[in-house]
Write a protein that binds this ligand. Structure first.
Ligand code: ADP
Ligand code: MG
Length: 239
């Protein structure tokens, strides 16, 4: 039963030897160094490691937001970095949801408009219902017309999550989604991420937080830009 499920699972993302370096006035930093992994539909992976080890850089590359200097990435069987900027933006919109650590909500737009920000005027109508449903599910349905500054941090985090989930992306990436939250709001977000994976999404969450790590089904440990350990269901299966 388990084997059938694994072999039938649709591969969401495959990274092969990803590399990213930054050149600064202080020299060269190999932020991500030869990192390979596979994440499938239904996976909920915690990406963890010390501050500065390359987690955010790896997440951005995985989300088709930052070109690698070496290696290859495939999402749903396609390499987004082979596409030109416009094609890549469309590809991201179709396949990837990203929850930024600092949310990046637009301060002068209300909650509903923030969730719908990525939709063209002509397509908005078809996503309006889903936006409202997500916000309702995340217990902010009564705040649709508040601007972000009128919301608590936990509410802002849930708006950012609703925005990332609007198009039901097969790959959901979240950078420290519980980093600013109290335990109660943390638990709510973690449950939503776990549910999303159970519903067939692939979820990668960067985290410092032990509770968040425990909520994930497997983990990837990054240190000084390199993957040094994989654990949980996936790691055990592959060992
Ligand atoms: P983490 O998210 O694990 O804290 P980051 O991916 O943000 O780590 O950073 C990894 C390393 O790359 C750090 O040494 C950081 O200073 C460096 N770095 C990240 N982004 C840039 C950038 N845009 N320019 C220069 N150096 C960067
Ligand atoms: Mg980071």
């Amino acid at each position: 039963m388990t084997e059938t499920k694994v072999s039938a699972a649709k591969m969401a993302v495959q990274a092969e030897g990803l590399h990213k370096r930054f050149v600064t006035s202080e020299g060269e930093v190999h932020a991500v160094n030869d990192v390979s992994f596979t994440v499938e539909a239904g996976d909920f992976v915690a990406l963890h490691g010390p501050s500065g080890c390359g987690k955010s850089t790896l997440l951005l590359m995985t989300g088709a937001l930052l070109s690698p200097d070496g290696g290859r990435l495939e999402i749903a069987g396609e390499d987004p970095y082979q596409l030109k900027a416009e094609g890549r933006a469309a590809f991201r919109a179709a396949h990837v949801g990203f929850v930024f650590q600092q949310f990046h909500l637009i301060p002068y737009l209300d909650v509903l408009d923030n969730v719908l920000i990525g939709e063209l005027a002509g397509e908005r109508g078809s996503f309006d219902q889903r936006a409202r449903e997500l916000l309702e599910k995340f217990n902010i349905g009564h705040r649709l017309h508040h601007v972000p500054s009128k919301l608590s941090i936990g509410e802002q985090q849930r708006v950012a999550l609703a925005r990332a989930l609007l198009r039901s992306p097969e790959l959901l990436l979240a950078d420290e989604p519980t980093g600013n939250l109290d335990p109660e709001n943390s638990a709510i977000i973690l449950q939503h991420l776990a549910d999303y994976a159970d519903d067939g999404g692939a979820v990668i969450m960067v985290t410092h937080d032990d509770r968040a790590r425990a909520a994930a089904k497997s983990s990837l440990h990054l240190d000084a830009g390199q993957l040094i350990m994989a654990s949980g269901e996936k790691g055990a299966d592959q060992a």
